[in-house]
Each structure stands twice: as structure tokens, then as C-alpha cells.
Design a protein around this ligand. Structure first.
Ligand code: TUI
Length: 331
């Protein structure tokens, strides 16, 4: 948290923040861990769920049988609800959907596309479905076909992003739909949580900060890059491909930006293949894809997932209580 922000002092009486989302999911705290591909494994998801949030396994392009192992591992590590994020661009998505149905995963979030085709089957199996949306139009469509809640993800987020900021997307979603809205993108501490609630959100999704959870199994050199990142160290690559991706700047990012300038989308797709795993698993921080959000600049240490959940919720509550005294209304 740079030099400025420190977790706030603990007050005398602490309560949990409850919203329609905590009731919907049967969780203690309205915080969802982002379902980051090659990053959000069963270990991280279970740690977040055990801390009272909702842990999510990121399916990404994972082979079906690997995802089955991950789901079963999560079931061993926690008795609490957890979820799977379906990355809709993956070619074997139909098989992945079959798997989450078979395994009775309690919650599914979806990213990088429109999950309409799968909604009836998922809902029919009793799965709570929470699409990630980058726009009001898709949010309305998702509500109309039965989504239980929505995650509105602003372009501050890491990985594949839309083009609106969290600050303007969140209140518009809150106005447009009746189901709970979860804010995502740029939220990494209690101040972000309080801000999201002020915008009308009933929960937050946090990705980048959980990359630096002790239980996150990514390569330690990537965690070090997140911790080192400053305010302007992320960049959006691949705009020419139609799938813009925010990453921490490195050699790969510079090469992609060069290709973007000349609209060489096919070469970008080829260059990008396999690069997320190269970073997250092998720790290649120059030629790997360091997907992370702008909030990397707010992440300053490696710590247990439970401490992240507890600190963010406690600080959000303290800030919300303090707001009326901080902002004085004068006649
Ligand atoms: O999905 C994400 N973030 C991701 S997915 C990913 S893997 C990947 N790697 C390379 C290229 C593309 C993907 C890395 N990070 N976040 C959720 C998210 N979903 N952000 C934006 C969207 C989104 C975009 C368009 C959701 C729906 C959508 O709909 C378009 C349509 O079909 O209407």
C-alpha cells in the first residue's frame, strides 16, 4: 500500500457486512475472489471460502479432467460454498459446463462472453449463476434470462477487460437491474470495498490482491512483480484482436503493443499462446503474460487469504462508520 495506507485500527465491536449477496450464496462476507486462469486454484479458492468469502477456481483453458481434480480438491479443503469461473472463449467450454453440472459446483461465474446458451442447464441444476459483464446491455440480458447476480468488471481489472471504469459501470448496473451487483476492477483494500458499496454494489470481486495470498500457487517471481508494480505499470495489450488484456508491462507486453500499432492481430494471438502459464507456473516475468489489474499498485505484501478478507471487510466497515464524521455538511 505504498507509503500511505495502513490497515485501520480495530474498533470495539465488529460485525459482518451482510447484503443480498451473502444471503444468496450462504457466505459470511460479501467478497468474491476473482476466478483467474492459471492462478485461482483449489488451494486459493478453499482458503477464501474458509475465510468466509467465496473462493473461485479459474477454469481458463484448463483440460476438463484437470478441472475435475481441482473441484474435488476444493471439496476436500472446504465444506463452504465455492465457485468455478467459466472462461467462455475456451474451445471445450461445452464439456466444462457438463463437468460443473456433474460435480454440483454451487456457484458459477462466467467471463469473456455471453453465457446465455448455458443458463437454463446451470440454473436447472440448482447452480447460482453470476455472469461477469462489461456493459449495461449485457447486464439487462443476463438478468432477463435468470442470472442470480452480476459482476460488473471495470477496465481497471487485470486480464481480459471491457472499456468502462468500475466507477461509472457499477452505479449504472445498479440502476439497470434488480439483482445484486458485485463491483470488480481496481478494488484491493477496504477503501475500495466502501467505495463499491457507496456506488450501490452489494459485494466486491477481488483478483489482483489474492494473487499475493500465501495460498495462491503462482510463481513467487510473479507475486514479486505485483508487489513491485506502481501506479502506471500496467498496460492494455491486444486491442487489435478484439480481446484487450491488461498486464503488468514487460518485454512480451512491449512486443504485443508494437504489433497492435500495426493491427497484426493474428501474430498477437500466436505470440500470446501459452504465455499466461509461462508466467504464472514457470515464473518467466519477461516473456510470460503478467495479467494483473491496476490495483497491483495497492498490493504490498504476501499474506494469508484470510487476513486479506478480514482486513478488507474490517476497514470497509470502519470507513463506512466514519464517513458521516469525515464529511461535514454545512448550511
Ligand atoms: O474474463 C475475464 N478476464 C479474463 S479471461 C482471461 S483468458 C484470456 N486470455 C486471452 C484472451 C482472452 C481471454 C483472462 N482474463 N474477465 C471477465 C470479463 N468478461 N471481462 C470482460 C468480460 C466480457 C466481455 C464481453 C464479458 C462478456 C462479454 O460479452 C460480449 C458479448 O458476447 O456480448
Amino acid at each position: 500500500m505504498g507509503s500511505g495506507y495502513r490497515p485501520l485500527d480495530e474498533g470495539v465491536l465488529r460485525m459482518s457486512l451482510h447484503t443480498r449477496l451473502t444471503t444468496l450464496l450462504g457466505i459470511e462476507h460479501p467478497i468474491i475472489q476473482g476466478g483467474m486462469a492459471w492462478t485461482a486454484t483449489a488451494e486459493l479458492a478453499a482458503a477464501v471460502s474458509n475465510a468466509g468469502g467465496l473462493g473461485i477456481i479459474g477454469a481458463g483453458h484448463m483440460p476438463t479432467e484437470s478441472l475435475r481434480e481441482q473441484i474435488r480438491r476444493a471439496k476436500e479443503l472446504t465444506t463452504r460454498p465455492f465457485g468455478v469461473n467459466l472462461m467462455l472463449l475456451t474451445p471445450h467450454i461445452d464439456e466444462i459446463v457438463e463437468l460443473v453440472l456433474e460435480e454440483h459446483v454451487p456457484v458459477v461465474t462466467t467471463g469473456a462472453g455471453n453465457p446465455g446458451k448455458y443458463m437454463a442447464a446451470l440454473k436447472g441444476a440448482g447452480i447460482k449463476v453470476i455472469p461477469i459483464v462489461p456493459s449495461v446491455a449485457l447486464a439487462k440480458r443476463m438478468e432477463s434470462i435468470g442470472a442470480d447476480a452480476l459482476i460488473g468488471e471495470g477496465m481497471e481489472a487485470g486480464g481480459h477487460i471491457g472499456d468502462l471504469t468500475t466507477m461509472v459501470l457499477t452505479p449504472q448496473l445498479v440502476d439497470a437491474v434488480s439483482i445484486p451487483v458485485i463491483a470488480a476492477g481496481g478494488i484491493a483494500d477496504g477503501r475500495g470495498v466502501a467505495a463499491a458499496f457507496a456506488l450501490g454494489a452489494e459485494g466486491v470481486q477481488v483478483g489482483t490482491r489474492f494473487m499475493c495470498a500465501e495460498e495462491c500457487t503462482i510463481h513467487p517471481d510473479v507475486k514479486a512483480q505485483v508487489i513491485k508494480a506502481k501506479d502506471r505499470d500496467t498496460v492494455v495489450t491486444g486491442r487489435s484482436t478484439g480481446h484487450p488484456v491488461r498486464v503488468i508491462k514487460n518485454k512480451l507486453a512491449r512486443q504485443i503493443i508494437e504489433l497492435d500499432r500495426e493491427n497484426r492481430a493474428e501474430e498477437i494471438e500466436a505470440l500470446g499462446a501459452g504465455k499466461l502459464a509461462l508466467a504464472m507456473r514457470q515464473g518467466d516475468v519477461e516473456m510470460g503474460s503478467l495479467m494483473a489489474g491496476q490495483a497491483a499498485a495497492l498490493v504490498c505484501r504476501i499474506e494469508p487469504a484470510a487476513d486479506i478478507v478480514t482486513e478488507m471487510m474490517r476497514d470497509a466497515e470502519t470507513i463506512m462508520r466514519a464517513l458521516p464524521s469525515k464529511v461535514e455538511a454545512r448550511a
